[in-house]
Ligand binder design. Structure first.
Ligand SMILES: C[S@@+](CC[C@H](N)C(=O)[O-])C[C@H]1O[C@@H](n2cnc3c(N)ncnc32)[C@H](O)[C@@H]1O
Length: 281
């Protein structure tokens, strides 16, 4: 083979490898490499997330918090769980909403995203931030009035199992709000159509899921869990937090750490206030 041909071949291979790397790490945000890579990338780029997203607080309040609060009227004090909260978009939108008297538990597996969430959330007090995975939420069944998971299902290795977990902790008659990515070119096989997501929600117990136009990249998909139950309202965390190690619901705050009375495991609370449950899994 001539030198020119070898050089051409080598450059083609290098260009293909760079493109593959770009697609695996940047374009598809690590989703084909597994949960550890997704979280590693969110940790690495957490400081840039808000700059990229450019969320406008007024719009978030209008298009995220208001529809939710309108949908659950007349309840004003819902116990909310926001799974994969990122930098805290949902708890902040709710906290800023004039009629919100509830509390949001905001969970994410990226410790750094949570750190930025706590900074964004200051000086509001209506949220608790927990470092834990969406696949195994540390709460009993039927705990929350509202469960949300925005712009995140496509990053999960087993999104169907996560949907079931979201619905498990939602009370019958409670509201689930999630999103369906419409800009799917760079993530083949990792996104659902509205119809597919509605079917998956239905199977999980959301009887009336509907998809609506929302943003350029996402549809909003929401509905209520089949059945009826009384609104839960704000509940103290030590009434609902389950130890991920022994799964007993016996955690309480002691000397700045969450202690499991059953297996004696302890979860630290970071200086930013994030409950660090993940090391207990
Ligand atoms: C695109 S961001 C969305 C954040 C936020 N919900 C929003 O709408 O701005 C996706 C988030 O999902 C989180 N995430 C990805 N996989 C997760 C998992 N298995 N468990 C918990 N969080 C996860 C990431 O850390 C990241 O913060």
């Amino acid at each position: 083979m001539s030198d020119i041909l070898s050089l051409l071949l080598l450059s083609t291979i290098i260009a293909a490898l760079i493109t593959l790397g770009w697609w695996l790490l940047i374009a598809s945000e690590g989703v084909y490499l597994g949960r550890w890579m997704v979280i590693l990338l969110y940790d690495r780029f957490a400081h840039k997330y808000d700059g990229v997203k450019q969320y406008q607080r007024e719009y978030e309040e209008m298009f995220v918090a208001k529809p939710l609060m309108d949908a659950i009227k007349p309840q004003a004090n819902p116990m909310v769980l926001d799974v994969a909260t990122g930098t805290g978009r949902l708890p902040l939108a709710l906290a800023r909403h004039q009629s919100f008297e509830g509390h949001t538990v905001a969970a994410d597996l990226s410790r750094k995203m949570l750190h930025h969430a706590t900074k964004n959330f200051y000086p509001y007090e209506s949220a608790t931030f927990i470092w834990c995975p969406a696949e195994n939420l540390p709460f009993p069944d039927n705990t929350f009035d509202i469960v949300t998971c925005l712009e995140a299902l496509e990053f999960m290795s087993n999104p169907q199992a996560v949907v079931q977990e979201l619905v498990r902790v939602l009370r019958p008659g409670g509201m689930l709000l999630t999103s369906q990515r419409v800009n799917t070119k760079l993530m083949p096989g990792k996104t659902w159509t509205s119809q597919q997501l509605q079917e998956i929600l239905k199977e999980a117990g959301i009887s009336d899921a509907k998809a609506q136009i929302w943003t350029v990249d996402y549809r909003k998909v929401w509905g209520t869990k089949a059945g009826e139950s009384a609104p839960k309202g704000v509940q103290p965390l030590d009434h609902i937090l389950r130890c991920p190690k022994c799964t007993e619901q016996t955690m309480r705050l002691e000397k700045g750490e969450w202690l499991c009375e059953s297996c004696a495991k302890r979860a630290k609370v970071g200086v930013d206030g994030v409950i660090e449950l993940y090391p207990l899994y």
